[in-house]
Ligand binder design. Structure first.
Ligand SMILES: O=c1[nH]c(=O)n([C@H]2C[C@H](O)[C@@H](COP(=O)(O)O)O2)cc1CO
Length: 144
């Protein structure tokens, strides 16, 4: 199974450690297609610049079976990727931490109502629960 992981880069890197934890856990369930610069670096680390990043990410998205997005830190790129994933009819899991004090965009929160919950899910969680949340999701996923 190919898993595409998205998390904010230029939208803000404050949740980077959580992204690293999620990406590591996802490796238990399949091949993780994700920017390898889940680090302090942004696009500057990628030869070819923004165009190369865009092409690579869209290719990986197209190859994915499921998309996991950490959506707590708002990011144009992550929102765009979720929209593209919906258009491609990918299964999508959005992870949101209410304890951040942020309020998730209605365009993500309510998108789940437009598709079946087996296709699009928004899951509230706390950082220490993230591994269990992923275990539950992928346990159910492999049954369907
Ligand atoms: O350098 C990058 N590398 C990269 O893979 N992306 C993609 C993957 C991330 O899930 C998403 C982050 O978007 P943003 O940078 O707008 O927060 O966009 C985005 C950038 C910079 O925008």
């Amino acid at each position: 199974m190919n898993i595409y992981f998205c998390g904010s880069i230029r939208g803000g890197r404050q949740d980077m450690e959580i992204y690293q934890k999620i990406a590591k856990k996802l490796q238990n369930y399949g091949q993780v297609l994700s920017h390898d610069d889940i680090s302090e670096k942004g696009v500057e680390a990628v030869p070819g610049g923004d165009e190369a990043v865009y092409d690579r990410e869209m290719e990986w998205l197209a190859q994915s079976d499921v998309v996991v997005a950490e959506v707590t830190q708002p990011s144009f790129g992550v929102g765009y990727e979720i929209g593209q994933a919906m258009a491609l009819k990918k299964r999508i899991l959005c992870l949101f931490r209410p304890s951040s004090g942020k309020v998730l965009s209605a365009m993500i929160q309510r998108a789940k109502g437009k598709l079946g919950s087996s296709i699009f899910q928004v899951q509230d969680y706390e950082e220490e629960e993230v591994e269990v949340v992923l275990e539950n999701y992928f346990g159910e996923f492999t049954k369907n």
